[in-house]
Write a protein that binds this ligand. Structure first.
Ligand SMILES: Cc1ncc(COP(=O)(O)O)c(C=O)c1O
Length: 288
């Protein structure tokens, strides 16, 4: 597990030094991705790498590698670290330069790092469901960029944890946006609703898989914002995310959602999601 990628090269974790004046360290001036590895294979790897490039370009950082170059590096990293089930964290920053709010000169190269971590699916929570709180969304207006600046997300998650909950469901003046590290959907009369992919949410890769598997399997899913009130009255509420997978929410602000048990649509989506993992990663296991 000790190999990492540092500026395009596979190296020992103990051998790398992050400069004090790396703009990621000082300003959070960079973007990142988390890719799930199942069965030693990348799940939706290209989609994540494409989003990494788009996030970087939207803050004027040019990723110095193509998708296939990055993919090859990541596959080598998985192999070296003998990663079977886990995640790869990838980060790219504007590079190392004397501290100044202005962008550095064009010859400063972006810093690129990637490392792996073992992780299992949160099977018990996925089976039983988890509680959540609601919270005003205080983030900036470019939540579509997977930026390193996560302070409001951290504060939200911490508040959820202190309330004994798994996630904070954020809203802007009563309109639900997303969780602190996940997207949120509701089910009303068999129809799934999730916030449209605007600047107010991260367009989750898991959310995109969800849209795809729902439509292919005859489930109605609409990209439409909903209110906190609608969410509390919904038949089902669930989260989606790379490490969260498809997670039922059974209680919000101490109020039960329907009968307080994971609902049938959420369970069906968990099965369809697992099928998708098997299709891509050849995995023969049950997440739920
Ligand atoms: C704020 C936020 N929304 C949504 C997601 C889910 O995105 P994905 O499915 O690509 O992991 C994440 C994942 O980290 C997130 O941080």
């Amino acid at each position: 597990m000790d190999k990492v990628i540092f500026n395009g090269r596979l190296t020992e974790r103990s051998q790398i030094n992050i400069d004090l004046e790396d703009r990621g360290y000082q300003f959070g001036d960079g973007v990142y991705e988390v890719i799930r590895v199942y069965n030693g294979s990348l799940f939706t790897g290209e989609e994540h790498l494409q989003r990494l490039i788009e996030s970087a370009e939207s803050i004027q950082i040019k990723v110095p590698y193509s998708i296939s170059e990055m993919k090859n590096l990541l596959l080598k990293l998985i192999e070296e670290n003998k990663l079977f089930s886990g995640i790869i964290y990838i980060q790219i920053t504007r590079g190392v330069s004397q501290r100044n709010h202005l962008f550095p000169s064009a010859d400063v190269v972006p810093s690129f790092v990637a490392y792996t971590r073992e992780l299992q699916s949160p099977t018990e929570a996925m089976e039983k469901g988890v509680p959540a709180i609601t919270l005003e969304d205080i983030r900036w207006l470019r939540c579509d960029i997977k930026s390193l600046n996560l302070l409001p997300n951290l504060l939200a998650k911490q508040k959820a944890s202190e309330a004994g909950c798994f996630e904070a469901l954020q809203h802007r003046s009563g309109t639900v946006t997303e969780g602190s590290s996940s997207n949120v959907s509701i089910v009303v009369d068999g129809k799934i609703k999730t916030h449209p992919a605007t600047n107010l949410i991260l367009n989750g890769i898991t959310r995109q898989v969800l849209l795809d598997i729902s439509r292919k399997n005859g489930l109605e899913i609409i990209e439409e914002a909903f209110s906190v009130e609608e969410m509390l009255q919904a038949d089902e509420v669930f989260l989606s995310g790379t490490t969260t997978e498809i997670m039922p929410i059974i209680e919000i602000d101490k109020q039960k959602i329907a009968n307080g048990q994971p609902g049938p649509v959420t369970k069906q989506l968990q099965v369809l999601f697992e099928d998708k993992i098997k299709e891509q990663c050849g995995l023969d296991f049950k997440t739920v």
